[in-house]
Design a protein around this ligand. Structure first.
Ligand SMILES: Nc1ncnc2c1ncn2[C@@H]1O[C@H](COP(=O)(O)OS(=O)(=O)O)[C@@H](OP(=O)(O)O)[C@H]1O
Ligand SMILES: [Mg+2]
Ligand SMILES: [Mg+2]
Ligand SMILES: [Mg+2]
Length: 452
């Protein structure tokens, strides 16, 4: 039986890092477990690290060798991965609560940004919560985060109700931190602390050093429609995505329900709407670059405590390489990706199944866990893809055995700031090289006659 990458608990002793980045040695008292070891020479910000199981590490490294995967330093990112998975679990729980409220009563917690795209209490609240947690664990001073949202709208005079809703949602979520094995604040955060946590995520990334990238709610349109959405967190070092964590709170138990759309279900799927019990399954999937493995763990239920590895199991891409048997997914909105172009590609390469149109990076998760074989996105000319919309999904698919490139077969470049600069035409993800080559050839054959 495969084991998750590591199985220590972060929960035992956590340094308290104050707002200005100083560690004040105040350890959490309300944590579960005690599997920590003390570093001989503690690094500046982090005084304790999760216990690293050396015997497990060797077997991971052997697995990697047999897969031909170059092994990086195995324990380098374990603490980051541990905090990131727990933070995304918390964010999933936050989003589920907010989505339930949004769906049950229409209210003004859905706003439009300047580009007319939606943003909600959940987008700002997740960004504040994850930013606050990362600051606590890794020190605010050296923490760089590139994330989607800013405080412009929230800081306006007429947004006071919205801001109160965000502050309350953040505090409601952070109060639950101990259940997820993390330390929350000693007292509820004030408005300025919440705004500060959101606006701290204003890094612009780049080719050197380490930064996180966060899409607090990816597929906000799906989120407000009660449909699929994802929470995406990745760590990028010297331009490479080294960790990816994707929370998919509405991922259904049966993959057929992925194509279920609340508004159109009768016409499109002819499936009976799933009950909330079976619909709201969800999971968090994650991977560390070079490990040769990707994992998924179920969402924590309201009566549970997160005990690592929380029943994690490995995920692997599909072995299907015959286009006639493959399923491809793409964005729901035509405005985000040309459906007519992908329909032409599908015809050219012999894809027979109907496209699976799903909101958000859930599409990346679907490929990683073998529920679909291809993801394609061809945005209109002039649109520049942002790093937070792809980083987590890319490393998870790659470690699960799949491929992600642009339409020239080049890797996506996360080293050029907030955009995927130099992206050739579109993003293609697949379960393996045979399908991938066929898609790239089909794009080449169809591109000149397309209107993109
Ligand atoms: N015009 C245009 N073209 C291409 N892409 C765009 C465009 N506008 C927005 N976006 C980005 O698409 C993200 C949502 O992607 P999805 O795959 O979920 O699209 S869809 O809603 O299913 O159609 C969405 O992410 P979120 O804003 O986090 O939802 C955007 O970053
Ligand atoms: Mg997004
Ligand atoms: Mg978003
Ligand atoms: Mg958005």
């Amino acid at each position: 039986m495969d084991m998750p990458l590591y199985c220590s608990s972060l929960a035992a002793r956590v340094p308290h890092v104050s707002g200005d980045g100083r560690v004040n040695n105040k350890f959490a008292s309300n944590h579960v477990g005690s599997l920590f070891f003390q570093h001989q020479n503690p690094p500046k910000q982090i005084l304790s690290l999760p216990k690293f199981d050396q015997s497990r590490s060797s077997s991971i490294m052997e697995d990697q060798k047999s897969l031909g995967v170059a092994s990086p330093e195995p324990e380098k990112y374990y603490q980051e991965l541990d905090v990131a998975v727990r933070a995304v679990q918390m964010a999933c729980s936050l989003c589920q609560r907010v989505q339930d409220r949004l769906i049950s009563k229409s209210n003004d917690q859905i706003q439009s940004k300047d580009d007319n795209s939606p943003v909600t209490v959940a987008d700002w609240s997740v960004q504040a919560t994850v930013s606050w947690l990362l600051s606590e664990y890794f020190g605010r001073k050296n923490l760089s985060i590139v994330a989607e949202e800013d405080v412009q709208k929230l800081s306006k005079a007429d947004a006071s109700e919205l801001l109160v809703a965000v502050v309350n949602t953040v505090n409601e979520c952070l109060a639950e931190a101990p259940r997820f094995g993390l330390k929350g604040p000693d007292k509820a955060l004030g408005t300025s602390e919440v705004l500060e946590a959101i606006s701290h995520c204003n890094s612009s990334g780049g080719p050197t050093g380490r930064f996180w990238t966060l899409d607090p709610v990816d597929g906000t349109l799906g989120f407000v429609r009660g449909d699929q959405y994802a929470i995406a967190l990745a760590l990028i070092e010297d331009g490479d995505v080294v960790l990816g964590v994707l929370g998919c709170p509405n991922y259904p138990m049966r993959k057929e329900w992925l194509s279920y759309h609340h508004r159109y279900h009768r016409i499109i799927t002819k499936l009976t709407p799933p009950t909330s019990e079976s619909w709201d399954k969800g999971f968090v999937t994650y991977a560390m670059k070079g490990s040769g493995k990707a994992w998924m763990q179920p969402l924590l239920q309201s009566n549970q405590k997160l005990v690592w590895p929380n029943s994690a199991r490995p995920v692997r891409v599909s072995s299907i390489d015959d286009p006639a048997l493959a399923t491809f997914c793409e964005p729901v909105e035509k405005a985000n990706s040309s459906h007519s172009f992908t329909a032409g590609l599908a015809h050219t390469m012999g894809l027979r199944k109907q496209p699976l149109r799903v909101y958000s990076m859930v599409k990346y998760a679907a490929i990683a866990r073998g529920d679909a074989e291809i993801f394609m996105k061809f945005a209109r000319a002039g649109y520049k893809e942002k790093i937070w919309d792809h980083a987590a999904g890319v490393v998870i698919i790659q470690e699960a055995g799949g491929m992600v490139t642009d339409a020239r077969g080049q890797p996506l470049d996360f080293s050029k700031g907030i955009y995927l600069e130099g992206l050739d035409r579109g993003v293609i993800a697949s379960a393996g090289a045979i399908l991938h080559d066929k898609i790239i050839s089909a794009v080449d054959a169809s591109w000149d006659s397309s209107c993109l």
